[in-house]
Design a protein around this ligand. Structure first.
Ligand code: 5GP
Length: 179
């Protein structure tokens, strides 16, 4: 198993997560929020983020797949688990690990479905944003870091199921297919 080259170390991630938590806490202090993590990649970021949020918070998850075990987006998105919580009248924050082409967010229609379910507002927070790879326009309200055009792993992000447990985010030396 290759050892990924460090891109963002654990301290840097923790500092940024604290800043995001403070910003989100201020924005939702009056209303509270429902945080919906997109599994599996967001699970570590979400666990750290919600502990930095001081506003009342409900945690839920959705699951969707677009990558399989490849490093190249297939463009096909399957929602495999819907949220359990009733979002009617609630302020929802979708939490993603990384937004790359934007297809997963767009084609899942997650934000639209939450709005249709009566959510008072829907915003998106992503740990990593790769704007240089964007294929469809998606609006991101909170971004942790801009990522380079490399395949990154760690802190929840995987390659073929591996590396999610790395405490840092690293660049994997693999064949990264350009779409
Ligand atoms: P998109 O649909 O925006 O192209 O891709 C979103 C999903 O693709 C992410 O939630 C993540 O699962 C996967 N992905 C995109 N880029 C990377 C990357 O650099 N590393 C890893 N591990 N996953 C990625």
């Amino acid at each position: 198993m290759d050892v990924p080259e460090v891109l963002l170390d654990a301290d840097r991630i923790a500092r940024r997560v604290r800043e995001l938590g403070a910003e989100i806490s201020a924005d939702y202090s009056e209303t509270g929020l429902v945080v919906i993590g997109v599994l599996k990649g967001s699970f570590i970021f979400l666990a750290d983020l919600v502990r930095e949020i001081t506003a009342p918070v409900i945690v839920d998850f959705v699951s969707m797949s677009s990558y399989g075990s490849s490093t190249c987006s297939s463009g096909i998105v399957r929602v495999t688990k819907d949220p359990d919580v009733d979002v009617e009248g609630k302020h929802v924050l979708i939490v993603e690990d990384i937004v790359d082409t934007g297809w997963t967010l767009k084609m899942s229609c997650l934000a639209e479905n939450l709005q249709a379910g009566g959510a008072a507002s829907v915003r998106v927070c992503t740990l990593l944003d790769k704007p240089c790879r964007r294929k469809v326009d998606v609006h991101l309200d909170y971004v942790g870091f801009e990522a380079p055009n490399e395949f990154v792993v760690g802190y929840g992000l995987d390659f073929d199921g591996l590396y999610r447990n790395l405490p840092y985010i690293g660049v994997l030396n693999c064949e990264y297919q350009e779409d």
